[in-house]
Design a protein around this ligand. Structure first.
Ligand SMILES: NC(=O)c1ccc[n+]([C@@H]2O[C@H](COP(=O)([O-])OP(=O)(O)OC[C@H]3O[C@@H](n4cnc5c(N)ncnc54)[C@H](OP(=O)(O)O)[C@@H]3O)[C@@H](O)[C@H]2O)c1
Length: 194
């Protein structure tokens, strides 16, 4: 199963500020739509509330500690429960926010990150740090290691207030093994309206 974290983060790893996404990048909206279309998406309760609706054409799974029902969504109480629910899917998209990314990172084997080339001040939600092959000796210690597979930079223009780069990472051991990975179970947002 591919377990993919899909996020857009500033140079200082900010993903959100006061419940909103601090940029307006229509081509990243389309990228998000194309990456998640037809696939199950897993999100924290706060991200679900920021979106404000069920995203169509995708199974919406919301993680919460509360005993609640959300119309049009499957409600689960942990990342592990979400992955168990979706274990027969070929790909699962983890779409945030910060609390969910950090807890899902150990299960993930792919990161689809849009790096937004700005520093955001006063952010309150962040994408977690992760090891990349150029920055650590983690493989020697058997730790998780991420390899940059592709990147595509787009400059700012009249519709995009910052330059940004689509970056696809795969977990090194996953990549080397040909893409198989077993998760270690047990352990006003217009952006989304597309
Ligand atoms: N730039 C991006 O790509 C992107 C993507 C998504 C979101 N965002 C931004 O991120 C921000 C929201 O992120 P956030 O970190 O504040 O919240 P979040 O991760 O979306 O949701 C947090 C909530 O998830 C539930 N939760 C977390 N861990 C859990 C666990 N282990 N078991 C059960 N439930 C758990 C809790 O819900 P309960 O309180 O109901 O128990 C918690 O309050 C917003 O600003 C949003 O705009 C940005």
């Amino acid at each position: 199963m591919i377990i993919s974290l899909i996020a857009a983060a500033s140079e200082n790893n900010c993903i959100g500020k006061q419940g909103e996404i601090p940029w307006d990048l229509p081509k990243d909206f389309k990228h998000f739509h194309d990456a998640t279309k037809g696939k199950p998406i897993v999100m924290g309760r706060k991200t679900h509330e920021s979106i404000g609706r069920v995203l169509p054409g995708r199974k919406n799974v919301v993680v919460t500690r509360q005993d609640m029902e959300i119309e049009g969504c499957e409600v689960v109480h942990s990342i592990e429960e979400a992955l168990e629910l979706l274990k027969d899917e070929s790909e699962v998209c983890i779409i945030g926010g910060g609390q969910i990314y950090v807890q899902a990172l150990p299960f993930a084997n792919q990161i689809d990150l849009t790096r937004v080339h700005t520093e955001v001040e006063g952010g309150d939600a962040f994408f977690p740090e992760f090891n990349t092959s150029s920055t650590s000796e983690a493989p020697l210690r058997g730790a998780d290691e991420w390899q940059l597979i592709s990147q595509e930079r787009h400059e700012a223009d009249e519709d995009h207030n910052f330059a940004y780069t689509f970056m696809l990472y795969k977990k090194n051991n996953t990549h080397a093994a040909g893409g198989t990975h077993k998760p270690r179970l047990g352990v006003s947002m217009e952006y989304w309206i597309i």
